[in-house]
Design a protein around this ligand. Structure first.
Ligand code: PBG
Length: 327
């Protein structure tokens, strides 16, 4: 039989395939997570995240250089303070580790875009993402400290804040605090649909933020639920979020797709530490091609509908995009 319809016609050459690509990527859409640790002269590889480092504020210029050399222009900063306490005072201290880190990056390059993760778990002695009342995290008390923390980041020069705690009402509380202090131009990227995920393991190791008792299931979402994620997104839109985030990415592509269909705001996806560590470990064991799997999983997230990807592979991906291997 004569075949007249032949999809393979457009797959014949690399040039044709590139012409008909449906998903285009740009290094501008990537955000690189970076860990700043209190102290000086610290530049240490993180065991649970091979290829990622702890930097003290005075060494952060190395990360800025690595980012810029590969074409990445944005970071999201996480802090490891020297001391922790019951209420996470270090999170909003004027000379806190993230605040120092922001100033260090801006000193290295005033135009480098700095997003900050706003959460309490790295700063509290118990490792939970808020203020405790007995063994429970008190939602409304936590809102106050989150707002103070976001404000102190903005004062230190952060370009954008990203609350990751999952308290109800935090976007509104943070927006109010920022606006009252005149930071009306600082956007909020909300971790809107953030799940109580097993994929955060390597991060908690890297950030020293595992809870000392219990787990995060009373504030982060149950991964059986998808409609609830859309409800969380809708609430954050009403509260004034500028960007909605879905986290993790790989096991949550359906939600990235749905969020893209339902909301007009930019959608970000966070490909988390466990996703990165699994690719690294499988490649290390000789089971997969690291570069190929990195490229394919990143493209999948954008194909699902993400506008922005937060990933530990940001520098390598930016280079892959520029080489024309993807995007
Ligand atoms: C802080 C926070 C976490 C991550 C981002 N912000 C850890 C957690 O919620 O326990 C995870 C990031 C990753 O795994 O790469 N709340």
């Amino acid at each position: 039989m004569e075949q007249s319809i032949r999809p393979r016609r457009l797959r014949r050459t690399a040039s044709l395939r590139k012409m008909v690509r449906e998903t285009r990527l740009s290094p501008e859409s990537l955000i690189w997570p970076v860990f700043v640790r209190e102290g000086t002269h610290i530049y240490e590889e993180i065991l649970s995240l091979p290829g990622q480092y702890h930097y003290s504020p005075d060494e952060l210029h190395r990360a800025v250089r690595r980012a810029k050399e590969s074409g990445v222009s944005k970071m999201i900063l996480f802090g490891l303070p020297a001391r922790k306490d019951e209420v996470g005072t270090g999170a909003w201290a004027e000379d806190g580790v993230v605040q120092q880190g922001i100033r260090a990056i801006k000193a290295a390059d005033p135009d480098f875009y700095v997003v900050t993760d706003v959460c309490m778990c790295e700063y509290t002695s118990h490792g939970h993402c808020g203020i405790l009342c007995g063994h429970e995290v008190d939602n409304d008390k936590t809102l106050e400290v989150l707002a103070k923390t976001a404000l102190s980041h903005a004062r230190a020069g952060a370009d954008m804040v990203a609350p990751s705690d999952m308290m109800d009402g935090r976007v509104e509380a943070i927006r109010e605090a920022l606006d009252e202090a005149g930071f009306t131009n600082v956007p909020i990227m909300s971790y809107a649909a953030k799940y109580a995920s097993f994929f955060y393991g390597p991060f908690r190791d890297a950030a020293g933020s595992a809870p000392s008792f219990g787990d995060r299931r009373s504030y982060q979402m149950d991964w059986h639920n998808g409609r609830e994620a859309m409800r969380e997104c809708a609430l954050d839109v009403l509260e004034g979020a500028d960007i909605l985030m879905v986290k993790p990415a790989m096991s949550y592509l359906d939600l990235i797709y749905q969020a893209r269909q339902r909301f007009d705001l930019p959608v970000a996806a966070y490909s988390v530490s466990g996703e990165y560590a699994m690719i690294k470990a499988a490649a290390q064991a000789g089971l997969i091609d690291e570069y190929g799997v990195m490229c394919e999983s990143a493209v999948g997230v954008f194909r699902a509908g993400a506008d922005i990807l937060i990933t530990y592979f940001a520098p390598e991906l930016a280079q892959a995009i520029q080489k024309g291997d993807i995007g």
